[in-house]
Design a protein around this ligand. Structure first.
Ligand SMILES: Cc1ncc(COP(=O)(O)O)c(C=O)c1O
Length: 637
């Protein structure tokens, strides 16, 4: 375990100039040789299939030549890929991969385990569950109660979170119907539909246990199938509920922070909830979900007896890396339960920012205070509120956190974690082949395919994350240090852009980021309309990205378009700084939105003024050149 993370950081990555090439090469060769020995020693009595003499045949040599030639072609093609390893890359949520994850992936890929079932991946299924337990511990879940696993990414992890949440929210309705059918005298049988949909999470899962204990398993299984949404499907379900309860409630909604990743729209569409039921909660001026607005929204929905399936808050927004005040979101739910008799599932989409929880952990797993972290980082970051918000992850019903983002591992690796692991039973499906036996058999717990949306999935991804977590612990010595460094770098970049002397050009900054994504707009006195300003910033982006495809930019950034109504209010200070339109005019301009330049600082070396090029100064200078060229291009066009 690293005793000096500053030094260890230099061994964690291949390095922008492949400085650690020898190390990586040694470990890759070691992994390959070890695999080769395994094959050679596995039933050596079987003899060889490919003999030396076969290798001298013309057809063999031709096949080798084709392979070599085509590989050279692929290697040449790959040079046109995106140089995410470089300090010049500040684009999407991707940086270097740790050497540990590269080697872990490579070594395991040779064995090609499939984590859909432990019977074809006995080692890596265990590693996957260990990784989930490590992440769960980092965010503060009770190890004895949680459940989690890896997914292909954040979209899938979020999908599963809402899939499970919906299962939990509708469970009392299914239990009430099943209990009535079985003649069981449970209190849920006499509840109204509204009451059933507002039973708090842990109590709903207790109902599940109660039902299975109250009647023979086969009867419960049959009765649940007659009353569960999963078996019946939305169309028929709503009809039956209206008949049974005489109470056709309006469709339940999903509340999401207005910054929510677009995957949420896909998810509500795919789950049949419908995108009209996705309700955006306004933001404050730090681009965080506004808890007062959330309360007003929940109160209004309760007035119309419209149930809330889930509230999705974000830890590390895609655009700005903003960290919602999850602690306050949870307070809103507690208040709603107390004052309105209303409850909902609270999910944190920490796909991007989840690993930042490592910043709050000491080596022994205890929490660091804001003051302690700030003293270590040497900056006025993070605030005590930030620490409270991140610590609250442990109280959310589910959390998604992507190793393939700030876990610095190769694609594809997302993760879903649920606080009460019993929820997974609600989505369990048994295939006829691979049937593991009774649902509570211990080996079933390792049969991931039973509980997850995906089928075949790479054990290599699990091994990559596992090895990376071994080398970079999920606390202040490992990922915590790494992410602190990116936050320091991002703040340095923010300050440099804010104070940049770019001649007639002026930068207007979005607030200091909660983690490490810096956003800004460039303006010039000649740009007097919103459309002209947006066009100009769009041209800067084209010059500073691979989007044009015909030239290699000096530095690579991205851009985003902040839209009404999602960003209403939050963008007002930025609009005031730009002075081309009022917030009302901006809203009236509709889809025009506001084009904002965006730099994701996953590069842990940006913070350092080392012997190599200073990429903060470099990026600011390149921005100035891109601004000049973009203004000219706009005038010419
Ligand atoms: C906050 C957030 N959630 C979810 C996702 C989706 O993740 P993925 O691209 O791995 O599916 C992203 C991707 O950028 C994200 O930023």
């Amino acid at each position: 375990m690293p005793t000096n993370p500053h030094d260890a950081l230099r061994a964690w990555f291949l390095g922008p100039r492949a400085e650690n090439a020898e190390l990586l090469e040694r470990l890759v060769i070691e992994s390959l040789r070890d695999h080769v020995f395994w094959r050679r020693n596995y039933h050596p009595e079987d003899g060889v299939v490919i003999r030396e003499v076969d290798k001298r045949q013309e057809g063999y040599e031709e096949a080798v030549a084709t392979l070599t030639q085509e590989l050279m072609g692929l290697l040449a093609e790959l040079k046109r890929d995106v140089p995410v390893f470089s300090g010049r890359y500040k684009g999407h949520m991707i940086g270097e991969q740790t050497i540990a994850s590269q080697v872990g992936y490579f070594a395991t890929m040779l064995y090609n385990p499939n984590n859909v079932a432990f019977e074809i991946a006995p080692v890596t299924t265990r590693l996957e569950l260990e990784v989930a337990a490590q992440l769960a511990r980092m965010i503060g879940y009770d190890p004895a109660r949680h459940w989690g696993h890896l997914t292909s990414g954040g979209t899938l992890a979020n999908f599963e979170a809402l899939w499970l949440a919906r299962g939990v929210r509708y469970l009392p309705v299914a239990v009430a119907g099943a209990a009535a059918e079985l003649g069981l005298d449970l209190p849920v049988v006499s509840m109204s539909l509204w009451e059933l949909l507002n039973i708090p999470g842990p109590a709903t899962l207790d109902l599940w246990d109660t039902l299975w204990a109250a009647a023979p398993r086969a009867d419960v299984r049959r009765a649940l199938a007659n009353h569960s949404l999963a078996a019946i499907g939305y169309q028929e379900y709503s009809r039956r509920l209206a008949l049974a309860y005489g109470d056709p409630l309006p469709a339940g909604v999903v509340l999401v922070a207005a910054t929510a990743h677009y995957s949420w729209e896909k998810i509500v569409r795919a789950l049949g909830i419908g995108s009209n039921q996705l309700v955006y909660v306004p933001l404050d001026q730090h681009f965080r979900m506004d808890p007062d607005a959330l309360w007003r929204q929940v109160r209004e929905l309760a007035r119309h007896r419209q149930s809330v399936l889930a509230c999705v808050s974000v830890c590390g927004t895609t655009e700005e890396s903003a960290v919602d005040r999850l602690d306050q979101v949870l307070e809103v739910r507690a208040r709603a339960e107390r004052e309105l008799g209303v409850t909902f599932h609270v999910h944190s989409d920490a796909c991007y920012g989840g690993y930042a929880a490592a910043v709050t952990r000491r080596a022994d797993g205890t929490r660091r205070s804001g003051e302690e972290i700030r003293a270590g980082v040497g900056l006025d970051w993070p605030s005590d509120d930030w620490v409270r918000a991140v610590a609250a992850l442990g109280e959310a019903d589910s959390v998604t956190v992507d190793p393939h983002k700030m876990g610095y591992v190769p694609y594809s690796a997302g993760a879903i974690l649920v606080r009460d692991g019993r929820a997974r039973q609600l989505v369990a499906t048994d295939p006829p082949y691979l049937s593991p036996g009774e649902p509570d058999a211990s080996d079933t717990e390792r049969f991931l395919g039973r509980y997850i949306l995906e089928g075949s999935k790479p054990g290599a991804a699990a091994a990559a994350v596992w090895l990376s977590h071994k080398v970079l612990p999920l606390d202040q010595r490992g990922y915590g240090y790494l992410i602190e460094q990116t936050a320091v770098g991002a703040r340095g970049l923010h300050a440099a852009l804010d104070g940049a002397k770019l001649g007639p050009f002026r930068t207007v900054m979005l607030p200091l980021p909660d983690i490490n994504i810096v956003c800004w707009v460039v303006t010039h006195p000649a740009l007097t309309t919103l459309a002209a300003l947006n066009g100009f910033n769009e041209r800067i982006y084209l010059r500073m990205s691979l989007a044009r495809g015909d030239s290699v930019p000096e530095y690579i950034i991205t851009r985003t378009r902040l839209q009404t109504p999602m960003y209403d209010g939050a963008v007002d200070p930025v609009l005031a700084g730009l002075g081309v339109c009022t917030p009302d005019q901006w809203r009236a301009a509709g889809a025009e939105g506001l084009v904002v330049l965006r730099a994701t600082v996953m590069d842990p070396f940006l913070a350092e003024r080392g012997p190599a090029r200073d990429h903060i100064t470099g990026l600011v200078a390149a921005l100035g050149r891109a601004a000049e060229a973009s203004l000219k291009a706009g005038q010419a066009g």
